[in-house]
Design a binder for this molecule. Structure first.
Ligand code: AMP
Length: 282
């Protein structure tokens, strides 16, 4: 396992790998790794000679009142987990390395960055798009692996790659869940035990929405009402159905369309998100 801390070291190593004929899979993360991250690392290491896990708690994607300073940082355990799942490299730069003084470039992906999650977390996706692009420029990946749980993020990254002509394949992997259905998340460790058990409501809300769709209704209000009914005791930011590739929200979904359900809610003081893609099939 190679551990790299600077962009220059990372680029030199990536160029060496590519010159030797390797393909590089990268897995951008903020650390506090769990089985969800592990599934991305496993998928990458099955497909690439080298798999680089980046571990960087990116300050620019956190709002002023969010959990940047208390976000879990567990580098040694993360390195062990990454190695166990086939990673060959960990790239763990400092904040000063990624954002030196006078850093002045921000990437905005429009209009995706300002709706839904972007409306509740202004600037969040600018931070995500900018750091992902910078990480790509350091790791020089052939392909990059992202989780479907952060569904809107995957669309933002895909559009950025398309718009900027980046020669990188984006692979989106299924959400890994606990046995009761709660999506694994580094933020789950903030949950007190009673909140942990109630947090599964987000998943139940997605199932309730899916049931309406599978029952034959393409009416958005009906799908969303079923989700909100499950979440009535929670502080919900949004619980919506949208077209999976654009996040448009028509009042009725066509028979053949692919729909995504997206929820964001606070469980106690912890804000969680989840999503579920519904295959066409009315
Ligand atoms: P994060 O460390 O939270 O920024 O996440 C890094 C990557 O892991 C992102 O692409 C996430 O979507 C993905 N990820 C997080 N949780 C899960 C999960 N439960 N299942 C699959 N992928 C996940």
């Amino acid at each position: 396992m190679h551990i790299l801390h600077t962009v220059a070291e990372m680029q030199t190593e990536a160029k060496r790998l590519l010159a030797g004929g390797a393909s590089i899979g990268c897995i951008p993360t903020m650390g506090a790794l769990h089985s969800g991250h592990a599934s991305l690392i496993t998928a990458s290491s099955a497909a690439h000679t080298a798999s680089v896990v980046s571990i960087f708690v990116n300050p620019t994607q956190f709002g002023a009142n969010e959990d940047y300073s208390r976000y879990p940082r567990t580098l040694q355990a993360d390195i062990a987990l990454a190695a166990d799942h086939g990673a060959t490299h960990v790239f763990a730069p400092s904040a000063e390395e990624m954002y030196p003084q006078n850093h002045g470039t921000t990437i905005t992906v429009s209009p995706l960055s300002t709706i839904l999650e972007g409306a509740y977390r202004p600037g969040h996706f600018d931070g995500v798009a900018t750091i992902v692009c910078k990480l790509f420029a350091a790791m020089l990946p052939t392909a990059a692996y992202f989780g479907s749980k952060d569904f809107q993020q995957t669309l933002v990254v895909k559009q950025m790659v398309r718009d900027l002509n980046l020669p990188i394949v984006i692979r989106v992997m299924p959400t890994v869940r606990e046995s009761d259905g709660l999506a694994l998340s580094s933020r789950n460790r903030y949950l007190a035990p009673d909140h942990r058990s109630s947090a599964v409501a987000l998943y139940h809300a997605l199932l309730a929405g899916a049931k309406i769709w599978e029952g034959g209704s393409g009416l958005r209000t009906e799908i969303e009402a079923a989700m909100l009914a499950v979440l009535r005791e929670f502080d919900v930011d949004y619980a919506v159905a949208a077209t999976a590739d654009t996040l448009e929200m028509p009042s009725v979904f066509d028979k053949g369309s692919e729909v995504v359900l997206l929820v964001a809610a606070r469980v106690g003081s912890t804000r969680l998100i989840d999503s579920m893609v519904l295959r066409s099939g009315l």
